[in-house]
Design a protein around this ligand. Structure first.
Ligand code: SAM
Length: 215
């Protein structure tokens, strides 16, 4: 997702207390940044932020961080902070960055869980290395995950999901659960939090794939 450049988005983000601007200095010190030692979970490619906001509201004992590459998209997630925190819960933090540099922002073992929701499929072979559930990224995630930490990946794109499963081979992760039709599984749906893309694609009749892996 890349929205048209929105005038003033960079300035808005620069002024926002919800955005971490010194993310590399927080590496190894996130507990101090949050002021507690709750586990940290991140969503990579948080888009307009519906998922990470709702997770923060549901799980107040977890520290959530949304990571997004584009200012114009992050702006939309920040706009939700005001409306979605009316009930008094602590909103998530956000970082505007490319996930390529994730190991510069989190120290080994600092993250409990990573959510990849409807990651861009990058269908051309020459762009395969940009796919967030790909092996290059799985290796980075393993670096920052705590022992027993997890990655949860959801997509309606069957080719990307096949690719993601293939990438798990010899990766060191254990496949804990895997479904090709999340929305027809009442048990798995109990703790499912919908994203903007999930709502759109499932309402068009697309089935949603989801896996959970652990190190
Ligand atoms: C298809 S959208 C999905 C948004 C949201 N997760 C959802 O499910 O509604 C993918 C998002 O990931 C972001 N993204 C893609 N590659 C990224 C990267 N390397 N680092 C950070 N964000 C990235 C895009 O800018 C886009 O906002």
């Amino acid at each position: 997702m890349r929205l048209r450049n929105i005038t003033g988005s960079r300035e808005f983000i620069a002024d926002s207390a919800q955005v971490v601007h010194d993310e590399c200095s927080c590496r190894g010190h996130w507990a101090e940044r949050f002021g507690n030692d709750h586990p940290i979970r991140i969503e990579i490619g948080c888009g307009k932020g519906r998922f990470i906001h709702e997770m923060a509201a549901r799980y107040p004992d977890v520290n959530f961080i949304g990571i997004e590459k584009y200012s114009s998209v992050l702006l939309r997630a920040l706009e939700k902070t005001e409306t979605q925190t009316a009930d008094g819960h602590t909103p998530p933090l956000f970082i505007r960055m490319d996930a390529e540099n994730i190991c510069e922002v989190f120290a080994p073992g600092e993250v409990e869980g990573i959510y990849l929701n409807f990651s861009d499929p990058w269908p051309k072979d020459r762009h395969a290395k940009r796919r967030l559930p790909g092996r290059r990224f799985l290796d980075r995630y393993r670096n920052i995950l705590a022992p027993g930490g997890f990655v949860q990946f959801k997509t309606d794109n069957n080719e990307l999901f096949d690719f993601a499963l293939e990438e798990l081979k010899d990766s060191g992760y254990t496949l804990v659960s895997c479904t090709r039709d999340l929305h027809s599984d009442a048990e798995l749906m109990k703790d499912n939090v919908m994203t903007e893309y999930e709502e759109r694609f499932s309402s068009q009749g697309n089935k949603i794939n989801r896996y959970l892996i652990r190190i």
